[in-house]
Every structure is written in C-alpha cells, then in structure tokens.
Design a protein around this ligand. Structure first.
Ligand code: DX5
Ligand code: ZN
Length: 215
C-alpha cells in the first residue's frame, strides 16, 4: 500500500491571500495542492484556470494535483503541462475519447488522472487499465466545497481497487472528506484524501491535516 497523501483543495482558501494560503497549507503538512478547475458548464460553478494558476508555477512548494471539472478537457492538456502540473485529472463524463485524452496527458509529461461522478459506474476503468495513474472517486456531486460526503463512494473505492488488482495506482476520494469518514475511506482503499473545508475551515491547518492523517 502506498503512503497516504493529503491533498489540500484551495477552493476553500482565502483568495485575497492565495499565495500565503498555499504556503501556509504546505507548511502545515499538505502533501499535494488540489486545484479545482471549473468552467461553469460541466459544473454550475466557475473557479480558476491557467491565468490564476500560472502564479503558482515554480513557487508552489508541493506538486500540483489539478482536477478539471470542465468540458473538452483534452483541449487544455498542453496548457496544464506548461504550468508544471504533476497530475492532471479529467472527469470521465467530459471525455468522448477517454483513452486518447489520458495518453495525451502522459505524452505531455504529466500523470494521468480520471475522476468519476457519484452516479458513474467504475466499470469503464477495465478498458483503460494501462492508461491511468490516478483514480478520483467523487464523494459529492462536483462543483462546490462544503458538501456532505456520500457513503456510496466507499463501495466504489473498493471496486476500483479490485479492478486494478496489483497494479500500482493512486486512488483519491474527493468531497466531504473529514476526520470522521477518513478512516473508512482509507480502509476501503483510498490513498489520497482530498479536503477543502476540513482543512481551510479550521484555524489551525496543521491540526486539521494531522486529524485527517491520524484518522
Ligand atoms: C468539489 C471539488 C472538491 C472540493 C472539496 O467539486 O472537486 O475538491 O474542493 O471540498 P470539500 O472538502 O469541502 O468537500
Ligand atoms: Zn476536486
């Protein structure tokens, strides 16, 4: 089993002080920076994209875990490669040609991630086993931070692990993750915990991250 990684989603950060928030959460022990890119079409919310994220390039102290919730993600692969993105994740529902998009992410030098909505069956993964480095199980309907964790994600995490068998991939869980459900997520097979409000909603980010890791 891989070492557990905590990926801090800056969606709940104070954007007035974005640089300071990024530094603070990394210093507090976050392993990755989770960047939720939303286009107002695939999800009802609009967040940020390359014009904002370019300010993190070469400055962010941790690898960039970019989660796109946008239509046609295949068109922006190069832009995210240029930002120094570590893992680029696309929503399966937004990809007409998933295998092509995943291989273009790898060809651009990044790790290829695929996320799925709560109602999406994980069985499609059987057909892209060799093209994926990271699977993101959404435990909320994407678009907003601060929503309640959907427990159906737990069975799905277990099924994703079964599908990949001994292959070495990361499985993340995203949405409503907090110290109360973190242990169940890890027991089911998640090795990346993504959290926005469970970290930025508390005054002490280090304690928040410790609580997630310790759970
Ligand atoms: C939801 C995003 C999540 C979100 C998590 O669409 O993909 O990454 O920021 O927020 P919390 O942890 O508050 O549910
Ligand atoms: Zn996310």
């Amino acid at each position: 089993m891989n070492q557990l990684l905590i990926s801090a989603s800056i969606l709940s950060a104070d954007f007035w002080r974005l640089g300071e928030e990024v530094q603070a959460v990394c210093q507090a022990g976050a392993d990755l920076l989770h960047l939720d890119v939303m286009d107002g079409h695939f999800v009802p919310n609009l967040s940020f994209g390359p014009p904002v994220l370019q300010h993190l390039k070469g400055r962010a102290p941790r690898p960039l875990d970019v989660h796109t919730m946008i239509e046609n993600p295949g068109e922006v692969v190069q832009a995210y490669a240029e930002l120094g993105t570590w893992t680029l994740t696309v929503q399966v529902e937004a990809c007409l040609h998933l295998q092509r998009v995943l291989s273009s992410i790898r060809e651009a030098g990044m790790r290829a991630g695929v996320a799925m909505n709560p109602h999406t069956s994980p069985e499609f993964l059987k057909y892209v086993l060799d093209d994926v480095d990271y699977v993101l199980v959404m435990s909320v309907n994407p678009g907003f931070s601060g929503q309640a964790f959907l427990p159906s994600a737990l069975d799905k995490i277990r099924r994703v692990r079964e599908i990949f068998g001994p292959r070495s991939i990361r499985v993340g869980v995203d949405g409503g993750v907090n110290p109360t459900n973190a242990a169940r997520c890890v027991a089911a097979g998640a090795d990346v915990l993504i959290a926005a409000s469970a970290i930025f909603g508390r005054p002490d980010y280090a304690a928040a991250i410790r609580d997630l890791r310790g759970a």
